[in-house]
Design a binder for this molecule. Structure first.
Ligand code: ATP
Length: 315
């Protein structure tokens, strides 16, 4: 079932075009990784989908209904983890959660129970009574996520939830996202870290300059741009490398020797690894093998001619 979709969305801020005829469909149960550089339009797309900002053209459908996408009923089925932390520093972790649970209309025992569950889910139970100002960046992020979970949203939208936190907390958050998916939550996860999208997304949507430039599974996107395969074999005796025999293998395009390593470039799917290895083993002794696989970074580079992460480190 399609849980959320947008068709032909155009959004301008004054004369600047932030979304340029965007079509997007999100199916129940998937994690859609929305990937793009800073300023690509990710946050604007999310805010449009949530009905938080007006748009100039197009339409949005949520939860299968064609009428009034932004009704209170629909909004209660969505959760947003904002890019900036949305927690109150002078309320304890538990009080923060209780506040947000109240905003979503939860009451009494159910509210208490959901607050407890959400704290537990993000691993903050033992810090329930502490103030977030005593928390590390990663703990604050986890609290921020928990605040969006007490009402058990069907669609959870996460806007760059791992920016500026340490790798351990990042892994914790990625595991939490996977757990939510297992429980049936549909997730739209925006990031400019391609490794994250590669790690958790069932499907990746890449945006640049307000347009969706490609979408698909990570494997499909990579296969679409992959025109050759590269294998590097490290050898113990490079003087006797049988370069000509390697060049003669079906599917091999080029062979380069560089010091003690030989690089073999071949056609996609030519499956030369076994044959190349047995030839090299006979004469030169194999010390190590490395196969170079393209990444989402390469997909972006191929499609746009620029790096996904230009000048974005250290945020
Ligand atoms: N309130 C606003 N007023 C004017 N321009 C805006 C506003 N919000 C966003 N923009 C512009 O719209 C474009 C898309 O911005 P948006 O924040 O959606 O991108 P993003 O992909 O989420 O980037 P980031 O990763 O930096 O959050 C950018 O050029 C941005 O400068």
């Amino acid at each position: 079932m399609t849980i959320a979709s947008m068709q032909g969305i155009v959004k301008r801020y004054g004369s600047a075009l932030a979304l340029d005829y965007v079509d997007l469909n999100i199916q129940e149960g998937e994690i859609v990784g929305l990937l793009g550089p800073n300023g690509a339009g990710k946050t604007t797309l999310i805010h449009t989908l949530l009905g938080m900002i007006p748009f100039d053209k197009g339409s949005v459908q949520l939860f299968g209904s064609t009428k009034k996408p932004f009704s209170n009923e629909n909004k209660q089925k969505m959760g947003l983890v904002t890019q900036e932390l949305t927690v109150f520093e002078d309320l304890t972790a538990k009080e923060n959660l209780d506040f947000f649970a109240g905003v979503y209309g939860l009451k009494g025992e159910k509210r208490k129970q959901r607050v407890k569950e959400a704290l537990d889910f993000v691993g903050l139970s033992s810090n329930a009574g502490k103030l977030p100002k005593k928390f590390s960046g990663g703990m604050k992020r986890r609290l921020n996520i928990a605040c969006a979970l007490t009402h058990r949203p069907k669609l959870l939208i996460m806007d760059e939830p791992t920016v500026g936190i340490d790798p351990q907390s990042r892994n914790h958050i990625l595991e939490t996202v996977k757990k939510l998916k297992e429980q049936g939550t549909t997730i739209l996860y925006t990031t400019h870290y391609m490794e994250e999208a590669q790690n958790i997304a069932s499907r990746v949507v890449i945006v640049d300059q307000g347009q969706i430039i490609t979408e698909g599974t990570v494997n499909d996107l990579i296969a679409n741009i992959q025109h050759e395969e590269k294998i590097n074999i490290e050898v113990s005796d490079p003087t006797s490398l049988p370069t000509e025999r390697l060049e003669g293998l079906e599917g091999v395009r080029q062979v380069h020797v560089d010091g003690s390593s030989v690089q073999i470039i071949s056609n996609v799917g030519s499956g030369i690894l076994d044959r190349a290895l047995s030839i090299v083993k006979e004469t030169s002794g194999v010390v190590g093998i490395q196969a170079e696989k393209p990444t989402l970074e390469d997909v972006f580079l191929t499609l746009t001619g620029k790096q996904l992460r230009d000048g974005q480190e250290g945020e």
